[in-house]
Design a protein around this ligand. Sequence first.
Ligand code: SAH
Length: 471
Amino acid sequence: MDYFPIFMNVRGQTCLVVGGGAVARRKTEALLRSGASIRLVAPEISVDLQTLVVQKQGELLSRNFQPTDLDGVVLVIAATDDERVNQQVSALAAQARLPVNVVDQPDLSTFITPAVVDRSPVVVAVSSGGKAPVLTRLLKARIESFVPSAWGRLAQLVGGYRNRVKQKLPTLQQRNRFWSDVLQGPVAELALAGQVDQSEALLQKRIEDPSAFSTGAVYLVGAGPGDPDLLTFRALRLLQQADLVVYDRLVSPQIIELIRKDAEKIYVGKQRSEHSVPQPQINQLLLEQAQAGKIVVRLKGGDPFIFGRGGEEIATLAAEKIPFQVVPGITAASGCAAYAGIPLTHRDHTQMVVFVTGHLKDNSVNLDWQPLAHLDATLVIYMGLIGLPVICRELIAHGKDPQTPIALIESGTLASQRVFTGTLATLSAELDQYHVRAPTLIIIGQVVGLKDQLEWFQSRAEQQSGGSAES
Ligand code: SAH
């Protein structure tokens, strides 16, 4: 390491900033966020910087830098575009043994300022030692995206309990285990989800009896339509914490890959014809495993609350007072529409979108056809592959124009995605030659016509056939 990383307490201490432009302003803002008092010196100072310093009761000196400006300060930043001034500030500060930073000039500086991810009281500082600031910024952006913004809230909460835990658990090893457990379990997840009171109550319970069996919880997590990139940050985090993941057929193998390696996985997938695990049994499984203290992730394709029976699964947990959370996912309608280039609403075509299930029961689709055929809406039909001929026939029979555009999207958002388009009158018969397989989503309405103009996702299926042969 070229630099020794430290966090310096400047609260209430005077820090000198030399410079009056945009860079000086950025440095001043950072110092103010840490509670410093500012002395700002420059012959010309931008109006917004002046306002900032005055608002915070700082000293504003509109003149050239002079050596006495260093009196009584604990830290110096030079942010001028005058090389001579920068050198002078650097030399005098060094003489006075004051830490000094000359912006973008490591050779004139005794410290450098890192890129910061602020989740106060947690702060992540990133530096390349001045060698690759852009790389540092990119890394900072990555950290910003995977450290939830509520981490500050969590740190604040547990910070208040450090001493009590210290009294309860005498050795460092015990305490480390305790906190590591707490910070990766329901206490943390409750705090991150904004349920601070419940989180604190659970934390207190754990502190009262640290050796007690840890509390289980169930997270009903939407895995999105298939492309793992479409998972939410929260979904990914929970997959990496789970003791047990209960998943079904629609969850893509790439997403299963992201589950913590030593987690147990149970497949309860329902094939269309054979229900491998009946719903009441799944409900019972989730309940028992959570009662046994496990962190259970119930992973479902798309969004758990859209044709996902998510409500039924958590009703049992709610009745038994098991902590649970629901993590939304991108539903197939949004995922498939986006990846097929079909906007579900469009000001020129339709202002309404309806999601229905086209599931066959006793060889018919049990839908209220009359309003569906007459609504000026985009119709999105889940589970409609087998029922497709019935769906098209009934819509036409109830008055929908046989020329209405329709799209069927197979394995939407995945590399194997295929999109077939046609009209209500023709699509069903045209599909026979393509051996289409579930999962598929049907979109009916004028918006389907926008696909040729808006499609952007080139799936592997299309690349192999040299274009979208099916459309
Ligand atoms: N909860 C899920 C839907 C479950 S019902 C969600 O919000 O998406 C199962 C149906 O979802 C399938 O029959 C199919 O119609 C649709 N579906 C799910 N993933 C799909 C995908 N990748 N491509 C096409 N359709 C999909």
